[in-house]
Structures are given as structure tokens and as C-alpha cells.
Design a protein around this ligand. Structure first.
Ligand SMILES: [Zn+2]
Length: 321
């Protein structure tokens, strides 16, 4: 008989956390305080089959001492059917309506909880990161893409299908540049790492990496500064919209682009101040994330340790329905 996850008792044993990305899968043991150990990362092929990908995942999972693990938490791109435990991650074409929860539960005998990857990141920042003291916040990841999660009344919004806070596809410039999703003017077109480089090269900057671009901005390069300014303003627009819709007080920014936070944070703060100076919406504090690279992995563990931080009830997302 599979043990069940009880959302009222504090879970002291370690949890196996799994962060499933489009090109790699990270696993680690996560303690209740969010500390991680025994991290492993495997690279996954883009065109592998559903069963092969699952077999690779289960092979890594079986390497852990499952008898000492309280449960398993999984962060993955949406959409996720929480009730059925079925996933169709937008970045993994091989998995469409894939019964991920049942697959891992049958293999391990352990209860499994799922959540959106950026939702997991928001849980990590809420539990042990920059949003610990804030009950109304937005978490944004500026990386290869742009994702995020909302914290409302102290809890992270799990979303109907795991995609609440998909801020990368919030339109910040109607009629603007076309996004990979088909819309015009999405935030991701202006503020993801690859977008920063593409936009800078289009106006004559020479370089290949977002970090180079941000370093150039720091050094006073006018072209780089122009692109960073546009990105910061796009992020500020998304923050202002979150403030208008959810009355957030805090924006937590993470992801690779924010590694150069000495460049991006002041730029976003200035843009937020410009965008929100009318005073109708309460001011929003903008800070860097505490767990830039590991937020999703830590959060995947914490959705098992701290289900109270997620709006999803355990009944809708646990082994025994
Ligand atoms: Zn888009």
C-alpha cells in the first residue's frame, strides 16, 4: 500500500525533487529547510520517445535510496492535468497526455506531487527566498524564456493547468514583434536572454551572449543600454499589470539574465517607478531572487514538504484520490 502525503503534518524526511526541462532533467534530495544534496543532471535528447524518456528518468530515480524518501515532487512545464496526474509539457513534444504521476508512483511505490516548474520556483522563493515576508508578490524568471508565478494571500497560485504566471506571453507591446507563440509583443520577445542578444545585434551590437551584452551595458555601451532599457521597461509593464490585477507589493526577479543584477535591477526599478508614478496602484518593491538556478528544483521538493504554500489542495494532487 502506498503511503499518502498528509498536508497537515510536517514532513521531516527528505523528498526527492525532479525538475524536468526541455533538454535536461535535474534531481536532488530536498530537506524540509530547502537544503539540497545528491544533485544529478541528465541531458535528454529532443527527439526521444515517451517511453525512452520515462525510462531514463526512472533509471535516475532508482539510484536514490527510496526507502528513506518521504515522497516525490516534480516540477515540469505545463499544461498539467493535476487531477489525473497527466502532463503535456510544451517543451517536451514526446510527452502528450503522458501519465507522469502514475508512471513514477508505480515504479517507486512513493506518492508523487506535480506542479508547474515556475510555480515550484515561486514556492522556493516564498518558503526560503526573497518572498518570505511577502504575501502578495510576483516571481519572474528571465532566462532562455520568461516564466513566473504569482503569490496571492501567502500562497503560490498553482493554476488550473500549472501555467498561472506564464508572464512571458503577457502582451506588453500590442502590435509589437512576433513571439514564438504567434502573438505580437509578448514580454518574452523583449526580456529573454536570446531576445536581448537578437535585438542588440539587429541594431549593430556585436556579441553572442546575454552576459556579454549586460557587461557592455555596465561598461557604458549605448546600443547595449538601449536594449536593456527596452527589456527593463517591458518587465516593468508586466509588473505594473500584476500590481493592477493582484495588488502585489513585491516582484522577485531570477534567471540567467538577472545574474547581472547590478545592471538589470536598477533598470527595472527605474522603469517601475516611471510606470507606476501616478500612485493609483501601490508601489512595488523589486528584488533579485535568492535561488536563481535552483529555485525550481528546491521548489519541487518543497511542494511536498509545504503543500500549504500552494493553492492546490493535496486531494487534487496526491497519490490517493
Ligand atoms: Zn508569446
Amino acid at each position: 500500500m502506498m503511503s499518502s502525503l498528509d498536508d497537515t503534518s510536517e514532513c521531516r524526511a527528505e523528498v526527492l525533487a525532479i525538475d524536468i526541462g526541455g533538454t535536461k532533467i535535474a534531481t536532488a534530495l530536498v530537506a524540509a529547510d530547502g537544503s539540497i544534496r545528491r544533485r544529478q543532471v541528465i541531458v535528454t535528447a529532443a527527439h526521444t520517445s515517451a517511453d525512452d524518456l520515462a525510462a531514463r528518468l526512472l533509471d535516475v530515480v532508482s539510484g536514490y535510496d527510496l526507502a528513506a524518501i518521504a515522497g516525490i515532487g516534480v516540477g515540469t512545464a505545463g499544461p498539467i492535468d493535476y487531477r489525473r496526474g497527466v502532463v503535456s509539457p510544451v517543451n517536451i513534444p514526446a510527452w502528450r497526455d503522458f501519465p507522469l504521476r502514475r508512471c513514477i508512483e508505480h515504479s517507486t511505490g512513493l506518492p508523487v506531487r506535480l506542479a508547474g516548474d515556475a510555480v515550484c520556483g515561486a514556492v522556493a522563493e516564498r518558503a526560503i527566498g526573497a518572498a518570505q515576508a511577502s504575501e502578495w508578490a510576483i516571481f519572474m524568471v528571465l532566462s532562455t524564456g520568461v516564466g513566473g508565478g504569482y503569490i496571492a494571500d501567502g500562497k503560490v497560485l498553482a493554476g488550473r493547468l500549472g501555467n498561472a504566471g506564464l508572464v512571458g506571453h503577457m502582451v506588453v507591446h500590442p502590435g509589437g514583434e512576433r513571439c514564438a507563440c504567434g502573438q505580437l509583443g509578448c514580454l518574452e520577445v523583449y526580456a529573454s536572454g536570446p531576445s536581448l542578444v537578437r535585438r542588440a545585434r539587429a541594431i549593430g551590437w556585436v556579441g553572442d551572449h546575454p552576459a556579454e551584452l549586460l557587461a557592455a551595458c555596465r561598461a557604458g555601451d549605448a546600443l547595449a543600454a538601449q536594449v536593456v532599457e527596452t527589456a527593463a521597461d517591458a518587465v516593468a509593464l508586466a509588473i505594473a499589470q500584476a500590481a493592477a490585477s493582484l495588488e502585489i507589493e513585491l516582484a522577485v526577479l531570477g534567471g540567467g539574465v538577472m545574474r547581472s543584477h547590478d545592471v538589470m535591477l536598477p533598470a527595472v526599478r527605474n522603469a517601475v517607478a516611471r510606470r507606476m508614478r501616478d500612485g493609483v496602484v501601490s508601489p512595488v518593491n523589486v528584488v533579485g531572487a535568492h535561488h536563481s538556478d535552483d529555485a525550481c528544483l528546491i521548489g519541487a521538493g518543497l511542494i511536498v514538504h509545504r503543500p500549504d504554500l500552494l493553492t492546490l489542495s493535496s486531494r487534487n494532487n496526491a497519490a490517493e484520490l
